[in-house]
Design a protein around this ligand. Structure first.
Ligand code: ADP
Ligand code: MG
Length: 647
C-alpha cells in the first residue's frame, strides 16, 4: 500500500524539480554570458565572432530574461501589479539597446542566480522537515480484526476502525461508529466553531476531534500527516510574510512604477534641458534604470527569512511562517503551560488511595484510555503493568481543565434512552461539578500529596468519590537552565499558566525559576491571562486546553509531543520536544532581524548613492550593473549565511 507515499512525494519532488529547473536556467544564462564574452573578444577579422557573440548573449537573454519576463507579465495582467522582475528585464533590454549587451547578460545572470539561491534555501527547509518526518513517522491507533494497534498512516485501510481521542487529528475520512463528539473543521473550511458529530456522521481527514472519544470507520485511505501539512504551510509562507517583508512588498509595485515614470522624464530632462546628445542621454537613463531597480531591497528579507527557517527546521524548530521568525525576535514575555511543557509528557502513577485499589485502577484506566492527557497515559500504563483490564465505558467526553467522564452503558448501542451511570476522573473542580464532596480524610491526604508536588486525580461514579490517585511528574531535563538562558536573551518575564493545583504549581515554578505562576486555570482563563500579561508575549503549550491561548498569544509555540490541537493552533512547533532549542531559535530570530535591517540599509544606500551618480554621468553602465547586482548578491549571501548558523 503506497497510497500515502504518493500523496506526500509530489510535494517534495515537485520542489526538487523546480529547483533543478531554476538551476538549469541560471547555468544556461551563465553559459550564454561566457560564450557571448568569448565571441565579443575574438579578433574582429574572424567572421564567426559575431555569430558566437550573438548566440551566447541570445541564450543568456532567453534563459535569464524570458522566465522573469513571463512571471512579471503574469503578475502585471492577473494581479495588476508591477514587480521588479519587469524592471530587470527592461533594464537588460535597455542595456542591450545602447550596445552594452554583455552588461544586460550579467544583469540577467545575477538576477537569476539570486532567485535560484532563494529556491535553494527553501529546499533546505523542506529537506530538514522531511528528515524529521522520517524520524517520527505518523500514525493512528486503529482496530482491525478485533485487535487494537498503532498503525502508520500509509498502512491504514478502508474498513479499519480509527480510535480517536480528544484533541487528536482525524487521519482519514471516516464515519462515526461509536460515541459522539464535536469537531473543529477549520483546517479545511477555515470556519472555527465546533461542529457536533454523532453516530454515522462524516469525519473529514485533517479536522480535529475536540471533546469526545469516538470510534470511526475509515472510508478513504489516510490523508496527510501533520508534518506534511506543516510543510505545506511553510510553502505558503509566501502568503504570510513577515512585517518588513510586507512593507517592502507593499512599496515594491509603487516604487517600480515610480522608476518607470522617472525613466522618460530623466531622458527628456537630460536631452532637452541638459543639452546632452541623444545617445549619451539614453545611456545615462539606462544606467539609472539598472541602478534604481530595487532587486536587493525586495530580496533582502525573504533571503534571510528562508535561511533562518531552514536552519531552525534542521534543529527541530518549525516556523509556520517567516512572520513568526520576526515576531519571536521581539518577544519579551513567555507564558508556559506546566503539564507536558515544563514537565515531561511522561508521568508516573505514584499512589492509589481507595478501598479497592484494583477496581479503581480498572475504572480509572477505563476512563483515561479515552483521554490524551499526560495524566491519562500514566494511569493507563499503570493498569497495563499491573495486568488489570480497563472497565469498558462509552461516550467518553473530555472536559478541558477538568478531566474526563464516560458512561457504563452506551446510548448509541442500545436504543433504550436510559443511560448507565456516569463515571469520571479529574480534579476537585470536576468532583464539585458532579456534585461530589470530599471527606475530611480524603482532603487531608490530598493536601499532603499536593504539597509534595504530586498532582491528584479524583475518581468517582455519579455523586460518589470512589478513590484518589496521585501522579508524579518529572521536570524536563535542563529546564532551569533553559529559563536562565532565556533571561540572558532578554526575556523579561516568564510565567506559568496551569490547570493544576496551586501547591503543585508553586513547587514547579520555584524549581524551574519562573517569575510568576497562575494555577487552577480553565482554558478560557489562560486565554484571558494571555490578553492581560505584558506584550509581546509568546505562549508555549501542549494540551487541548492551551489551544485558544496559543492562538491569542503574539506567538504560539507547541511542543510536538502534545496534542494536534496545540500543534495546529501554534505558529511554531518544537518538533524534537526540546525547549532548549527555543533559546537557539530566539538568538537566530534576532540575528535574522538584524541581518534584514542591515540588508535593507545596504540596499537602499546603494540606490541612493549610485542612482544620482548615474544620472550625472559619473558612473558607467558596467559599474552600475556591478553596484546594483553586487548589492543583490550581497544581501542574498548575507541571508544564506544564516544557513550555517549553529543553534
Ligand atoms: P496543565 O495546564 O497543567 O497542562 P490541564 O489544563 O491540562 O493542565 O489540566 C488541568 C487539570 O485538570 C489537571 O491538573 C488535572 O487535575 C485535570 N485533568 C485534565 N484532564 C484530565 C484527565 N484526563 N484525567 C485526570 N485529570 C485531568
Ligand atoms: Mg499541558
Amino acid at each position: 500500500m503506497k497510497i500515502q507515499k504518493t500523496v506526500q512525494i509530489p510535494l517534495f519532488s515537485s520542489l526538487a524539480s523546480e529547483l533543478k529547473f531554476a538551476l538549469l536556467l541560471t547555468s544556461l544564462t551563465f553559459l550564454g554570458l561566457i560564450v557571448g564574452l568569448i565571441g565579443e573578444n575574438v579578433p574582429k577579422n574572424m567572421s564567426q565572432g559575431h555569430l558566437i557573440m550573438w548566440g551566447g548573449f541570445g541564450l543568456s537573454y532567453v534563459a535569464g530574461g524570458i522566465p522573469a519576463g513571463y512571471e512579471a507579465l503574469k503578475s502585471l495582467f492577473s494581479k495588476r501589479r508591477l514587480d521588479v522582475d519587469l524592471l530587470m528585464v527592461l533594464a537588460a533590454l535597455g542595456a542591450a539597446s545602447i550596445g552594452q549587451v554583455a552588461d544586460g547578460a550579467i544583469l540577467l545572470f545575477l538576477f537569476s542566480l539570486s532567485n535560484t539561491l532563494q529556491d535553494w534555501a527553501m529546499g533546505r527547509t523542506k529537506n530538514a522537515i522531511s528528515a524529521l518526518m522520517e524520524l517520527n513517522p505518523e500514525g493512528a491507533i486503529i482496530r482491525r480484526d478485533q485487535i487494537e494497534k498503532w498503525c502508520e498512516l500509509d498502512q491504514i485501510k478502508i474498513g479499519d476502525t480509527l480510535i480517536i481521542k480528544p484533541g487528536e487529528r482525524i487521519v482519514a475520512d471516516s464515519r462515526i461508529s461509536q460515541g459522539y463528539t464535536s469537531v473543529d473543521e477549520s483546517p479545511i473550511t477555515g470556519e472555527s466553531h465546533p461542529i457536533d458529530k454523532d453516530f454515522n456522521d462524516f469525519l473529514a481527514s485533517g479536522t480535529i476531534n475536540l471533546n469526545g472519544s469516538v470510534e470511526a470507520m475509515v472510508i478513504r485511505s489516510a490523508g496527510e500527516s501533520t508534518l506534511a501539512r506543516l510543510v505545506k504551510l511553510m510553502e505558503n509562507a509566501q502568503t504570510q510574510k513577515s512585517r518588513t517583508e510586507y512593507i517592502t512588498e507593499k512599496y515594491e509595485s509603487p516604487y517600480a512604477i515610480l522608476v518607470l515614470i522617472a525613466v522618460p522624464l530623466i531622458f527628456a530632462g537630460l536631452y532637452f534641458w541638459g543639452g546632452l546628445e541623444i545617445k549619451e542621454a539614453w545611456y545615462r537613463t539606462m544606467t539609472f534604470m539598472v541602478v534604481a531597480s530595487p532587486c536587493a531591497v525586495v530580496i533582502s528579507t525573504p533571503a534571510v527569512m528562508l535561511s533562518a527557517m531552514a536552519t531552525a527546521a534542521r534543529a527541530g524548530v518549525l516556523f509556520k511562517s517567516s512572520a513568526s521568525v520576526d515576531t519571536l525576535a521581539g518577544i519579551r514575555t513567555i507564558a508556559f503551560d506546566k503539564t507536558g511543557t515544563l514537565t515531561q509528557a511522561k508521568m508516573t502513577l505514584k499512589n492509589i488511595v481507595s478501598e479497592d485499589e484494583e477496581y479503581i485502577l480498572a475504572l480509572a484506566a477505563g476512563l483515561e484510555m479515552h483521554s490524551e492527557h499526560p495524566i491519562a497515559k500514566a494511569i493507563v500504563q499503570a493498569a497495563q503493568e499491573a495486568n488489570i483490564r480497563p472497565i469498558e465505558l462509552h461516550e467518553a467526553q473530555a472536559i478541558p481543565g477538568y478531566g474526563i467522564e464516560a458512561y457504563f452503558e452506551s446510548k448509541t448501542q442500545s436504543d433504550v434512552e436510559t443511560v448507565g451511570e456516569k463515571a469520571w476522573a479529574g480534579n476537585l473542580r470536576l468532583a464539585r461539578r458532579q456534585g461530589a464532596c470530599l471527606s475530611d480524610e480524603y482532603q487531608n491526604i490530598l493536601d499532603q500529596f499536593n504539597k509534595q508536588g504530586s498532582s491528584s486525580v479524583v475518581i468517582g461514579v455519579g455523586k460518589k468519590i470512589v478513590g484518589i490517585m496521585f501522579v508524579e511528574d518529572a521536570l524536563r531535563v535542563g529546564i532551569a537552565d533553559v529559563m536562565s538562558d532565556l533571561k540572558k536573551e532578554g526575556i523579561e518575564h516568564t510565567v506559568m499558566l496551569t490547570g493544576d493545583k496551586k501547591e503543585v504549581a508553586k513547587k514547579v515554578a520555584e524549581q524551574v525559576g519562573l517569575n510568576a505562576y497562575h494555577a487552577e486555570l480553565l482554558p478560557e482563563d489562560k486565554l484571558q491571562l494571555i490578553g492581560e500579561l505584558s506584550k509581546p508575549i509568546a505562549m508555549i503549550g501542549d494540551g487541548v486546553n492551551d489551544g485558544p491561548a496559543l492562538v491569542r498569544a503574539d506567538l504560539g509555540v507547541a511542543v510536538a509531543s502534545g496534542t494536534d490541537v496545540a500543534i495546529d493552533s501554534a505558529d511554531v512547533v518544537l518538533a524534537k520536544n526540546d525547549l532548549g532549542k527555543l533559546v537557539g531559535a530566539l538568538r537566530l530570530a534576532k540575528e535574522a532581524r538584524k541581518t534584514v535591517l542591515l540588508n535593507l540599509f545596504f540596499a537602499f544606500a546603494v540606490i541612493i548613492i549610485v542612482a544620482p551618480l548615474a544620472v550625472a554621468g559619473k558612473i558607467p553602465l558596467p559599474l552600475g550593473v556591478i553596484a546594483h547586482e553586487g548589492g543583490t548578491v550581497f544581501v542574498v549571501f548575507m541571508g544564506l549565511r544564516l544557513l550555517a548558523y549553529r543553534m
